[in-house]
Design a protein around this ligand. Structure first.
Ligand code: SAH
Length: 350
């Protein structure tokens, strides 16, 4: 029989689970403290629990199921982790170094249904959703690694493989677990969810009034081009997408980030920048320009630096708030759009 994964349980469920061992109630708090505060991944280390209980727990329960298959570290300090899940599928997680404290980029699905033209994650198609505890364990794992290196995880981005709003139930359960004071107890202000633009879910998310940061993969301001790059645009056109984001800002007070990958000669000319300023004019928002991380099999190339600069200037002159994303981890195929959950045969890797 499968062991119980304690990462899938909330505090009350852990308490309920412990009653079968006839232990006093405070044991549950000790166990929760080990898992969520002290980062334990085994029962052996839980020194304030009776040895017999530790053994009994190890017989029936686990703290997570991920198996680390490989760790790669980039010259710039980015770390990419490849995990095996219980069913043999694999998933990648990236730790990104920033001066203010590191960010962890989590995957929410194995594969992806979105089929964006420039992204590697969707190339194998959609395989399956990750469960809340599988998303959470990526974060706990990264936190453990960072702790061992004397560093902290400050921010979490749901920008790994998968479309988080296409895995609604598990992603919401994950956000709840992150925020739950009896579990991770982290403010959602430190979490950013990135979506290709599933409008009904953006509106549902807005209605929940969470202080979560929303990022939207825009990449083009007109429907023809955007539909070519992100097929999801055929269903959810760009003006309606921006209106949904306005609603998100109106309800939550959070500024939306628009992500815009600059693709050489595709969407990076001054007229594209002007269309973008027309689309976003007057909005409380932020534009994040992303130099493309090339994927070997795909025909797109990054815009030359000069064109990136001109593009940014057009936006700034129109009063938009703009940053150019630092490109981290591209030497280990850990950059945005390069995650593909393949253990073997990755042409991006030496
Ligand atoms: N499905 C979600 C989250 C995953 S992608 C989304 O679409 O937003 C996270 C970010 O990486 C998005 O902005 C996405 O557009 C970007 N991205 C994808 N492929 C990329 C590539 N090859 N180079 C740079 N960024 C890429």
């Amino acid at each position: 029989m499968d062991k119980i994964n304690l990462l899938a349980l909330n505090a009350d469920e852990v308490k309920g689970f412990l009653t079968r061992f006839g232990e006093p109630a405070f044991r549950a708090n000790q166990l929760l403290d080990w898992i969520w505060r002290k980062n334990a991944d085994s029962f052996t280390e839980m020194s304030n629990l009776p040895l017999v209980l530790r053994r009994q727990l190890a017989d029936v329960a686990v703290i997570g199921i991920l198996k680390l298959l490989r760790t790669q570290e980039s010259k710039d300090g980015t770390v990419k982790l490849l995990f095996a899940l219980q069913d043999g599928q694999t998933v990648e997680t990236v730790i990104l170094p920033y001066d203010i404290g590191n960010s962890v980029c989590l995957s929410t699905q194995v594969g992806c249904k979105m089929g964006c033209a420039f992204c590697a994650s969707g190339m194998p198609g959609f395989i399956r959703n990750l469960a809340q505890e599988e998303i959470m364990e990526q974060l706990l794992f990264a936190r453990r690694i960072e702790q061992a290196r004397g560093r902290r995880v400050k921010n979490v981005v749901l920008m790994g493989s998968g479309e988080p709003l296409d895995n609604w139930d598990e992603v919401l359960a994950f956000l709840q677990a992150v925020n739950d004071p009896q579990r991770l107890g982290m403010s959602l202000r430190h979490i950013t969810l990135s979506t290709a633009g599933l409008i009904p879910k953006i509106l549902e998310l807005a209605a929940k009034k969470l202080p979560l940061n929303l990022a939207v993969s825009l990449h083009a301001a007109d429907n023809d081009l955007r539909s070519r790059l992100l097929p999801v645009n055929k269903k959810y056109p760009v003006e309606e997408l921006v209106a949904a984001c306005d609603q998100y800002t109106a309800v939550t007070g959070r500024r939306v980030t628009y992500e815009y990958i600059l693709l050489d000669n595709i969407n990076d000319r001054p007229e594209h920048a002007r269309r973008l300023t027309e689309l976003l004019r007057g909005r409380l928002c932020h534009v994040n320009l992303i130099p493309l991380n090339p994927v070997a099999e795909l025909p797109y190339r990054p815009s030359p630096p000069g064109r990136v600069k001109t593009f940014a200037t057009v936006l700034e002159e129109a009063g938009l708030n703009v940053t150019v994303r630092r490109r981290l981890g591209s030497d280990i195929a850990a950059a945005c759009g390069q995650l593909r959950n393949l253990f073997c045969g990755d042409p991006n890797e030496g």
